[in-house]
Design a protein. Structure first.
Length: 138
């Protein structure tokens, strides 16, 4: 199992503040002879629909010297996780959680925005100091 990200507890707390119940920490998937561990699984009751919304959250800090190298790795992980979820837990939506500072700097670049659009990445942007989610990007 992979090590937890620096902001793992921050994102977990931020989700709980918004009414999410953490169901898996980590979310384990065994698919096509490969074991995968997504950082968090969570559910939230949607009263209007009388059913649960389920998400999986992969948390990344982008603290390494090369943000683009980290982005390449993250994209591969995200695509693989989404593929496995489609088969094993198709009602669960995958999100990438990133700090606001990274969203406002690196993720503001045109190349990154085009990739996000092309691959339909869903983002959770969080404030690490306030331990709050500042934006959901679908």
């Amino acid at each position: 199992m992979a090590a937890k990200d620096l902001f793992h507890q921050t994102v977990k707390l931020a989700l709980e503040k918004e009414g999410w119940s953490i169901t898996d920490d980590p979310l384990y998937i065994n698919f096509a002879e490969v074991e995968l561990y997504i950082d968090l699984g969570a559910e939230k009751l949607l009263a209007a629909e009388k059913n649960n919304q389920k998400i999986a959250v992969e948390i990344k800090t982008f603290l390494y010297p090369s943000a683009i190298s980290e982005f390449h790795k993250v994209m591969g992980q995200f695509i693989n996780y989404r593929f496995a979820l489609k088969s094993e837990d198709p009602d669960r939506v995958l999100y990438l959680a990133i700090p606001r500072e990274i969203y406002e700097s690196f993720f503001a670049r045109r190349f990154v925005r085009l990739i996000i659009q092309e691959y339909a990445l869903k983002l959770i942007i969080f404030d690490s100091d306030k331990e709050e989610i500042v934006q959901w990007q679908n």
